[in-house]
Ligand binder design. Structure first.
Ligand SMILES: [Fe+2]
Length: 179
């Protein structure tokens, strides 16, 4: 299950209900997919072929269709990142810049792990949401954030989009950011 770390205070928030309650304050959606639905050969596999990516989407077809019906997503795909990804250093350097989007950024972690760093209110400041397989998060539109990998540097995630260009990143300079 996801865990939250508040950067200013190092406070850790864990446990599904507490994590969801905290994220709800910032209109961040947190849900969970059943990792048992993923066929064994697709688990912890970070170099998926196109056929295997399609099989991941097939395994979670009902969850995806449910989200699409509830929230208007029209396209979805599977992204894999690992040390085997060409230009991983450049990609991560690009990811690790605070930005916003005109639509929400929704990700379901299928394998591996990832962290969203999100701006809360003035008092709370930035917080990390550490995600593990089965965790689904949606960062609201216009909320400053960025995504990064853990030290393991391995993730497979499902992304969903409303518009093809809705995911364009608008840089957000923030002197208040706590590194
Ligand atoms: Fe983003």
């Amino acid at each position: 299950m996801a865990e939250i770390r508040i950067r200013k205070t190092n406070e850790i928030i864990s446990g599904e209900e507490k994590v969801r309650d905290f994220l709800n304050k910032y209109e961040v959606i947190y849900e969970h997919w059943d990792t048992e639905k993923l066929p064994h050969e697709l688990r912890e596999n970070f170099s998926l072929t196109d056929e295997q990516k399609a099989a991941v989407l097939e395994a979670y077809q009902s969850e995806i269709q449910d989200l699409a019906a509830r929230r208007g997503y029209r396209t979805w795909d599977v992204i894999t990142l690992s040390e085997a990804t060409p230009n991983i250093e450049e990609l991560l350097a690009k990811f690790e810049q605070i930005h916003t989007h005109s639509e929400d950024e929704i990700r379901a972690i299928v394998s591996g792990a990832g962290t969203f760093i999100i701006k809360g209110d003035e008092q709370t400041g930035y917080f990390d949401v550490n995600l593990v397989p089965g965790d689904l998060i949606s960062v609201p539109e216009n909320t400053p954030h960025f995504f990064t990998l853990t030290d393991e540097r391995k993730v497979v995630a499902v992304r969903l989009f409303v518009e093809e260009d809705g995911w364009i990143a608008h840089p957000y300079e923030d002197p208040a950011f706590q590194k």
